[in-house]
Design a protein around this ligand. Structure first.
Ligand code: UDP
Length: 410
């Protein structure tokens, strides 16, 4: 296990955005829990939504007096290939976790289970990669929770029946949405907690428009022409190829439009580079189509700038546990054209702050409409920001989390 050090955050700093009442409620909920020791465990310190979430959540838990550590499990390439297959299978893909794969998964979890878990009152395990730990650790003093971030509404039955026995060892589980709770997983405690964003992070804080423009120009885009962007790992479920097809349809009608696909590679996602190459091939030669990844020096500030520079954000996912990129886009006052999948429909309210789409043609049609209607675009963007302010800021996540800790320790 490797520890990630996270700066402590003060909840008071969030009052101007989240409201004084939320901060007061958090303080009151935290008071009886002060001194509780919590560990969060996941599979990567870099890339993907879980990392985005853990930085502010762990920082704020420490800030309210609950000493919280973040540990990243260690794994081999073979292990991460198995867990990516498991991830795909749990989201419904037609895959098999065969005997040797099961063995690889178990061995890596056994190696990670040798650790001083007794130091913690509560251990929160994120996603399938370290999910076996609860059943493998020898001494369990604290309470163990599994937080699942993936779309578990229609898991592949074979993959689900393989992982389910590992999950029954938990004292409770957290899912992002109610439909992800499988009827045959009965645990003493189940909570529905959608993820959230940190409005004060480098990824989401306000940026000077001049800086946004400079960043966009640095990467070769023209800030005076319409820009459509999807920020996502290069993954089949995120459908970057479909986004390219939709852009081509829009471009027939609006030749000035530009498309930006930004995708960093998470260290626990071995499929990333292969699918990045496929996306490049699919895109072909087009000076108005920009595909950027880690190697181009894209960091949080650049992603922030791209989301602000875009006139429309697309997130054309076919499956999506929640979709923090949607939350980030809405928070920046941009309408989002999102796939009608997983966590996207609780964020994108069709016709109010964006559009839900089920095909390339719909995606192109709604994107073009938004590009051609600036007043509606601005109104919808405003509604999106307010929807996120009310429901998807990290303060709401923290409040839900503290309520869960209280129930767990009662
Ligand atoms: N992200 C990023 N750079 C990229 C692509 C993604 O920083 O090039 C971030 C993105 O801003 C978001 C997270 O990675 O915060 C992705 O979370 P999401 O829930 O959308 O998808 P996941 O990758 O967890 O499936």
């Amino acid at each position: 296990m490797k520890q990630v050090t996270v700066p402590t955050l003060r909840v008071e700093a969030y009052a101007p955005l989240a409201g004084e009442a939320v901060v007061e409620r958090i303080r009151a909920l935290a008071r009886p829990l002060v001194g509780l020791r919590v560990a969060h465990v996941n599979a990567t310190a870099y890339g993907g939504g879980v990392v985005e979430l853990l930085f502010p959540l762990v920082g704020l838990l420490n800030g309210v007096g609950i000493p919280t550590d973040w540990w990243v499990m260690e794994g081999t390439d073979a292990f991460f290939r198995v867990t990516k297959t498991a991830h795909n299978g749990l989201q419904g893909a037609d895959v098999v976790i065969d005997g040797p794969m099961q063995e690889t998964y178990r061995e890596v979890n056994v190696a990670n289970s040798r650790f001083d878990w007794d130091a913690y009152d509560v251990v929160v395990i994120h996603d399938p990669q370290p999910a076996a730990l609860a059943s493998l650790v020898e001494h369990r003093r604290g309470r163990w929770i599994w937080r699942c971030h993936i779309d578990l509404s229609r898991p592949n039955p074979g993959v689900w029946s393989w992982i389910r026995p590992y999950l029954t060892a938990y004292d409770g589980a957290i899912f992002s949405l109610a439909p992800y709770v499988q009827p045959d997983l009965s645990l003493p405690l189940v909570a529905i907690i959608p993820p959230s964003i940190d409005p004060l992070s480098e990824k989401n804080r306000d940026l000077d428009p001049a800086e946004v423009e400079a960043i966009v120009r640095r990467f070769g885009m023209d800030p005076r022409r319409p820009l459509v962007a999807q920020v996502s790992r290069f993954d089949p479920w995120k459908d970057p190829l479909g986004v390219v097809d939709a852009y081509r349809l829009v471009k027939r009608e609006m030749p000035e439009v530009q498309l930006l696909l930004v995708g960093s590679m998470a260290t626990d996602d071995p499929e990333g580079w292969t699918f990045y190459d496929r996306t490049l091939r699919h895109a072909g030669e087009d000076p108005d189509l920009f595909i950027l990844a880690n190697l181009h020096g894209i960091n949080h500030r650049e992603v922030n700038a791209f989301q602000r520079a875009a006139d429309v954000i697309i997130q054309k996912s076919l499956r999506e546990g929640f979709g923090l990129t949607v939350t980030e886009g809405l928070w920046k006052g941009r309408p989002v054209v999102g796939g009608n999948a997983g966590g996207i429909p609780i964020q994108v309210l069709d016709g109010q702050n964006g559009f839900l789409v089920e095909s390339v043609e719909q995606c192109a049609d709604r994107t073009q409409w938004l590009l051609q209607n600036p007043a509606e675009r601005a109104r919808m963007g405003g509604e999106g920001r307010e929807h996120v302010r009310r429901h998807f800021l990290v303060t709401r996540d923290l409040e839900d989390h503290l309520q869960l800790l209280a129930r767990l320790m009662a």
